[in-house]
Design a protein around this ligand. Sequence first.
Ligand code: MUC
Ligand code: MG
Length: 366
Amino acid sequence: MKIAAIEAIPYSIPYRHPLHFASGSVHEADHVLVRVHTDDGVVGTADTPPRPYTYGETQKSIVAVMQDVFAPQLVGLDVFDREKIQAVMARTIHNQTAKGAVDIAVWDVIGKTLGQPVTKLLGGYTDSLRVSHMLGFKPAKELLALALEFRETYGINTFKLKTGRRPLNLDIEAAKVLREGLGEDAELYMDANRGWTANEAAEVLRRTADLGLQFLEEPDDAREVLGRRRLVTNSPIPIAADESAANLGEAAREILTGGANLLSIKTARSGFTEAAKIVGMAEGMGIDVYIGNQIDTQVGTVASVVFGAAFAHTAKRAAELSNYLDMTDDLLAQPLAITGGRIHVPEGPGAGTDVDEDKLAHYRTD
Ligand code: MUC
Ligand code: MG
């Protein structure tokens, strides 16, 4: 069964509230829907979030690399030959989320063709994941009000606080207010998106030592190797790599050189094939992982659920799956639901990424 065509459809869905963080902000979901068509009429779907401040991709660059580079190289390949597809795409450097989307769409085709849910083909470990919600920059009291609302409405009790601001007090105060207001049972961690220096991050760790934070993600620029290594060595809590470990090689490098001792796994940038390799490597090295969020729509989020629930190692920790709630609408044909703080894997063949065609017609911008 061969790849017959690859479609890249740009679309835009406004946000209810923009999300602000140290490396940028989002006001609309200006993503690209990717569809892999086979010669016998099966269609696989995946979502692609352009994050120029993380991977250098834009909506236009994703459409262009798909149309001009990947489609001509991939059309004609057997859809079951995932490693060959990976090798062909690897000839082009970067373009991380474009490659991830092709891989997820290919898995969707494989699941549909075999009549099996992709989560079972990947590992089938469990049928639901605990949800962690990501809180963008806001005054401390607003953050607490939002977190309490999420706990009340969805049962979520794990929160990632976006940090990396100056003065440091802004984030330290926000963490204190969240801990006091949410109580001891809430799981809290920080993500600074490289906003601090290593010394600033060390100061934040000292001044939040009594707050029971789980870990600190991407505190500073990992390319400043010695500062990062000093931080990881001296930190009382794990230091997680997110954007500094965007692929298998970088994940291995960051762990082996002491740049991190925890890994964020994002299917949007790794697809399922490379993400599975990263998870296997981490498990073998005794490194914990968690499912991260690329500020995904429901189409992106369902892929994270399908993948995260497939492996014991990814299902251990709460997964970042709820930021589609920041958007005014979505494309997913069978909308996700968060109940009791959990999301369930979709039933039925494929990756669960099929979209509502009327909504796509409404939001597409091409
Ligand atoms: C994160 O974990 O960094 C921020 C930008 C992006 O693409 O993802 C987020 C979340
Ligand atoms: Mg992050």
